[in-house]
Design a protein around this ligand. Structure first.
Ligand code: ATP
Length: 638
């Protein structure tokens, strides 16, 4: 016999299980049954390709309560464990569910409430047992093993002569206490109830010996006057219906059932925002049960996140994260696909080339899109909730693959509008456009408030044009691929000419351009190559100056490109400094230009810096800016 220590994380989890005041201790049975079912899946899957494993016909998970010994045993004929696997699997925590659980636990104040919503696995046995004995045999080893632990700091492993592959887990139930009667887990009715509640859809028979009263089968029973006599028999009964939740009739499954299934199967602690349940029959056959989570998973925007749907064939599990089934722009969708058209012993390489799989994936993409559109139409509030979580991901889809999916996705994206101050779709924007309006206007910035304060907004506000706020890094890049919506092109209000002036206003500007030509080129020369042009502004109403970029790279794009690794600084926006000819400052500047040209240079620098600040850029030399400012203050106060 050998003795081994649990790894630290395991100890933490065990400690939690043992000291748990959690009232749903009953979930231990679900956890153990689900492990057995996984183990049978594995055996079944391997037996298709590995000749060393004989084909099994009678897969079974058996529950054996023993009232005298106060034990309950869960026995399966699955893959079992080798010695190494025993050490690894029951001595450390390697699995996603338990890890996510511990993570959640660390950040949650109310620890106990979330246990039931995770697959916390094998260790949950210690919530109800003070000793657990695991007998197991793998088809790859000649001997079996017994693993034993009281859930404290260590466990033991011993050889066992066992012929059949599989695992048998015996729980020595705790003594009843004030909070819990552990004895009830030995009662037939309770076990039946728990299997129905949590494990009904398990695809293999979960059996138990049950006592039944049946009419006695003797000749006298033909005598109808006589009361039938009963006798007690013991029969092995299958407790679960074995129909997976996605195969059940819609009328048989409640929203609650779907929610519980989702939380358990996909390790979430909240109900999903939406459930999509689809059954397709014909040339292609499959069931898809999809869920949109309420919240972005913690690792969603990191490399660690793995997209994909679980894949089943005729109810038998094939793989966990089949990424071919879900496109990147919908990678937040979780769920599963079950198709009888796929062969069981399908390999990763074969999957990539599977025509059926591609077809299913493309159907699902359309289905998800139409479900999202439906949600947007009928339950806008929920859609916005979803969009706030996953919208950035959908926007990436617009520009991913050089815009290949833009038509699919363009009606799913939303932006905050200057008009409604709420999320709006492009379709809604276009419907509200003025008769003579040529462009869909947008402005980029870090927040709604910052964009609202941009001097460039002044003219659009005055003329009553709606502006979309682009707050996400991806927005401008995405729009570059979208290029237009309903034949209306997009226009950045801080780029190029807006051409919004009336003929009269245009004339006025032209005249001013002529009049101040020298002064403008003087300022330009003094600013050197900080700007490519200084000009009279037609877009400013209240503010004195603003900085705009020429068509091409915008300020926002420059900022994003600059923050990227491997940036070589080549992509820069061409800066144009615009001055408001109707502002008092302009008049003062003109005065200065006529009387003391040299001083205009300092003002030019300050104006430029001011425009940079308004745009949200950092100043090249803040100290110089402050000094110049102070000097001018001193002068004016004198
Ligand atoms: N009945 C069993 N037969 C064979 N292996 C088992 C059995 N029960 C547990 N194991 C092994 O022990 C591992 C740990 O089980 P545990 O229940 O802690 O986590 P899990 O089931 O893998 O994860 P999760 O609970 O998130 O699904 C399993 O992954 C499996 O390899």
């Amino acid at each position: 016999m050998s003795k081994h220590e649990f790894k630290t994380e395991s100890k933490q989890l065990l400690n939690l299980m043992i000291n748990s005041i959690y009232t749903h201790k009953e979930i231990f049975l679900r956890e153990l049954i689900s492990n057995s079912s996984d183990a049978i899946d594995k055996y079944n899957y391997l037996s298709l390709t590995d000749d060393r494993l004989k084909t099994e016909e009678n897969y079974e998970i058996e529950i054996i309560p023993n009232k005298d010994a106060k034990t309950i045993t869960i026995k399966d004929n699955g893959i079992g464990m080798t010695k190494e696997e025993l050490m690894e699997n029951l001595g450390t925590i390697a699995k996603s569910g338990s890890k996510a659980f511990i993570e959640k636990l660390k950040e949650s104040k109310d620890n106990v409430d979330i246990i039931g919503q995770f697959g916390v696995g094998f260790y949950s046995a210690f919530m109800v047992a003070d000793k657990v004995v695991v007998k197991t045999k793998s088809p790859y080893e000649d001997t079996g093993y017994v693993w034993e632990s009281t859930g404290e700091s260590d466990f033991t492993i011993e050889d066992l002569s066992k012929n059949e592959h599989g695992t048998e887990i015996t729980l020595h139930l705790r003594e009843n206490d004030d909070d819990e009667s552990y004895d009830t887990y030995l009662e037939e009715y309770k076990i039946k109830e728990l299997v129905k509640k949590y494990s009904d859809y398990v695809r293999y028979p979960i059996t138990m010996e049950v006592t039944k009263e049946v009419p006695k089968n003797d000749d006298a029973s033909e005598d109808t006057d006589k009361e039938p006599e009963y006798e007690t028999v013991i029969e092995q009964e299958t407790l679960n219906s074995m129909v997976p939740i996605w195969k059940k009739k819609k009328s048989e499954v409640s929203d609650e059932d779907f929610n519980e299934f989702y939380k358990y199967q996909f390790h979430d602690y909240e109900n999903p925002l939406t459930v999509i349940n689809k059954k397709v029959e014909g040339m292609l056959n499959y069931n898809a049960l999809l869920f949109i989570p309420k919240r972005v998973p913690q690792d969603f925007y990191t490399d660690q996140f793995e997209k994909g749907l679980q894949l089943y064939s005729k109810g038998v599990f094939i793989m966990d994260k089949c990424k071919e089934l879900i496109p990147d722009h919908f990678r937040f969708v979780k769920g599963l696909v079950d198709s009888p058209d796929l062969t069981l012993n399908i390999s990763r390489e074969m999957l990539q080339h599977s025509r059926q799989l591609k077809k299913i994936a493309s159907n699902l993409e359309k289905k998800i899109k139409s479900e999202l559109e439906k949600m947007l139409r009928n339950d806008r509030e929920s859609y916005i909730e979803l969009f706030e979580q996953f919208g950035v991901n959908i926007k990436y889809g617009l520009y991913d693959q050089f815009g290949a999916k833009k038509d699919l996705l363009k009606d799913l994206v939303m932006y905050i509008s200057s008009e409604t101050k709420e999320y709006t779709t492009l379709k809604e924007y276009v419907e509200r456009m003025k008769d003579n309006q040529e462009f869909i206007y947008y402005a980029s910035g870090s927040s709604k408030e910052q964009i609202d304060r941009l001097p460039q907004m002044e003219l659009l506000k005055e003329k009553g044009y709606e502006v979309l706020y682009f707050k996400d890094d991806v927005d401008e890049f995405a729009i570059n691929f979208l290029t237009e919506y309903d034949e209306k092109k997009f226009k950045n209000i801080s780029q190029g000419d807006l051409n919004l002036e009336s003929e009269e206003e245009k004339k006025e500007i032209e005249e001013k351009e002529k009049e101040y030509k020298d002064m403008m080129s003087y300022i330009k020369d003094s600013l050197k190559d900080k700007v490519s042009e200084v000009k009279i502004s037609s877009r400013l109403k209240e503010s004195a100056v603003c900085l705009v970029s020429k068509d091409g790279v915008s300020f926002e794009m420059e900022r994003i490109l600059k923050s990227m690794p491997n940036n070589n600084g080549m992509m820069k926006a061409e800066r144009v400094l615009e001055l408001n000819p109707n502002h008092n400052l302009f008049k003062a500047l003109e005065n200065l230009y006529n009387n003391n040209k040299e001083e205009v240079k300092d003002y030019a620098d300050l104006l430029y810096d001011q425009a940079l600040l308004v745009e949200g850029f950092e100043l090249e030399d803040p100290v110089k800016f402050a000094n110049k400012m102070s000097n001018l203050m001193v002068k004016s106060i004198k």
